[in-house]
Design a protein around this ligand. Structure first.
Ligand SMILES: [Zn+2]
Length: 60
């Protein structure tokens, strides 16, 4: 189901706006790199990755 998308502020902190997802395309992976560096592990990250993937597809 597709909903009409409104621009949202990118969650990576760059100050830009996405097409409706939580991230500008590509910025999710930037943020993920930061998160991986910070947490040094993947426990709990799989569900996070899944949600990012879903959001990225919705915004594309
Ligand atoms: Zn960004």
């Amino acid at each position: 189901m597709r909903q009409r998308l409104k621009p949202k502020k990118c969650n990576c902190g760059c100050g830009g706006f996405s097409k409706g997802g939580n991230f500008i395309r590509g910025h999710d992976s930037q943020l993920l790199s930061k998160i991986l560096q910070k947490h040094k592990g993947i426990s709990g990250l799989k569900s996070y990755l899944d949600s990012i993937e879903r959001l990225t597809k919705e915004a594309a």
